[in-house]
Design a protein around this ligand. Sequence first.
Ligand code: Z16
Length: 829
Amino acid sequence: QESTPAAASHPLALAPVAAPPASVDGFVREFLRNLNFERGVALSSSAPNDRYMALAYTVRDYLMARWLEDQARQRELQAKGVCYLSAEYLLGRQLDNNLLAARLTEVATEAMVACGIDIDELRQQEVEPGLGNGGLGRLAACFIDSLATMSVPSIGYGIRYEYGIFRQTFVDGQQVEQPDAWLTLGSPWEFPHPEAAQKIFFGGHTEKTTDEQGVETTTWVPGWHVLAVPYNYMVPGYHNGRVNTLRLWRAVASNAFDLRIFNSGDYEEAVRAQTFAENISKVLYPEDSTPQGKELRLQQQYFFVAASIADFLDHQLSADFDLENLPERVIFQLNDTHPVIAVPEFMRVLVDERGMEWDAAWAITQKCFAYTCHTLLPEALEVWPVDLLGRLLPRHLEIIYRINEEFLLEVRERFGDDELRIRNMSIISENPRSVRMAYLATVAGAKVNGVAELHSQLLREKVLPDFDEFYPGKFTNVTNGVTPRRFVRLANPGLAGLITEALGAGWTVDLERLRGLEAFAEDPEFRVKFAEVKRANKRILSDVLRERDGFVLNEDHLLDVMVKRLHEYKRQMLKLLHIVTEYEGIVSGRVEASSVQPRTFIFGAKAAPGYAMAKRIIHLINAVGSVVNDDPRVEGRLKVLFPPNYNVTLAERVIPAADLSEQISLAGKEASGTGNMKFALNGALTIGTDDGANVEIRELVGDDNFFLFGMTEPEVEALWAKGYKPAEFYQADSGLRRAIDLIASGAFSDGDRSVFEPVVSNLLYDDRFMVLADYSSYIAEQAKVDAAYGDQDAWTRASILNVARTGFFSSDRSIRDYIDRIWHTPPIL
Ligand code: Z16
């Protein structure tokens, strides 16, 4: 930002940066300039990666002027803005998204043709930044897209992991993880700013000093520190000329740190220290909704939130800003418990560094933070042992203790000395003594929200009822959403074209307009065109899977898709029992093969590397797949495909081709789901339980256009209360018995009964997620799916109605809800 006086008075320093001319010629010139001057190669000797990089640089160049303007404007206006704090951003590929946002797709395509280059080949070069696990990380990516598209002053903060989510391979049907070296060939989308690095301190101890007036102050004497170096990413709004910023932090060893050791003469130790510091942003923890309480993870969390808060206070506020006014200037949104250590950090900065009184600082903190909870699973609510936290962040632990003390005093004032209630509400739990991060976030946050209606209700009633009573009005709901730019416009150009033909442009930023398609559902010609689009999408997927995995996809089959992280609560096992049931029926001769609706089942799922049961289920899916696919008796009827390494890029091809979307979690376990929304918006019908956002999808599309099955959440509760014995369900249902017996017999493991024995006995004797209890209703509903698919025209009509009625699930609407209910940050024009 600083320039020398001489440079600052130069006329060019004041002139806005000019975008290159948006003509094919202009684009070609800029592209060749980038290829020659940034890549240092001639077109004739360039590698595909050179050409991809030069293309990406060119797209950047067109966005640059607006980006620089918007950064300056955000600082000048000093309007209230959002700091979205998230440990994960599952961005997906950037090239197409940025071309689309900047209206450059056509010009770039023609420019590449003029250069004799196939732009599709360049698209394939990009390694997607997989800086997230699943739903939560992808949600953050959708939200920053909507924030930019809606011109909301905002910045996303996170971690620039050197290795994102692992690359999944299968060896003998079992998951093997490979490191995701996404940066090997360089990333054209990032801008490092080492000059804006923040020092982040850890460890050490605290000291109390009392001055002449008897005022006590605490100072933290840290033991070590690292540098946090920001990397900026452009976040272009769709067709609105706005470019927001995503700022991801990388950990780098500081000179001072290793010099001290180096001066002691221990070179190896100095290098070790460097490696140690840089470990902090080395790798994404690969657990979706079941974090392991590792010290390095807490380091990552503190590292990025401390850097983000300091960055905001140092660089986003005007020099004379009065910190008392912070609540009118910023809201820090906590994406799950991962960034919650920001709360004591913010208090520490205000009190210890800026000299504010505790009470004033706490009042500000309680207005500047809001917390989104994304789960109901108790094991997903992070808890940090105080000995670990106190060792790493001794001052923060003291601050948390004081927050808790004062909070529990308030609770006593309200409810009297109700010791049980006080123990239940304490931010500190015992045995081992630990900090409950969700409670800390709830006490500190101005608002707490769940991510779907049912989830928010259960959060208030089951997880945090005492807090709901104590803080009336604090709890709210914001149902998740997905960006229609990436998941309709880009992923499904055929459908997008058909919608625009029918409704005109404009729906991409106003998705409720899809309602206009309801009338077209009754138009036979439109149904034919719509069905053709689905078919074409299957063909595209077929090409992708052949190229990628050597799979053959039959485009006449009903395409039945279950893609999401592998977790017992999501119940991939239930899907598998359905497949085994169908298979067993045919091979035993009880069912005539020719009477079965041909189906291809597609799975996509990564298991956390330490989650043994999830990995066994992956093994079993592959084992069932290879037996079914090799058995001539079911040839042309049943096919199971499990492409490895499901990611955003593959999702963009699979979802638009799907006929049936599997959303079959045990009711009360899936907070929302967001894949469910993407499928419905692309015209797949859902078979699902009454869980998460499925409830809202079904309400919107109507019972006739949704396949509902399974217990409701209250029914699940009732069955637990009565005592759940899965073996009783096994005994009572012959189809279920045959399916489980077939797995137990070794039919899918070359006769070896031991391989899947743990899966079988888990189902029969434990079954925490009640797969067996919902089996019969699932099978019955799948029969209705088969019957419905038999009437193609009726199916297409229902499919159109799914698209027409799910505009509500645009992430633009989610962001509007956050603005109205939580942030109060109007868009700037
Ligand atoms: C995550 O992806 C989710 C929850 C969580 O606590 C941690 C992670 Cl990494 C998911 C939920 O499981 C899913 O239901 C929800 O749709 C998604 O977050 C976004 O809210």
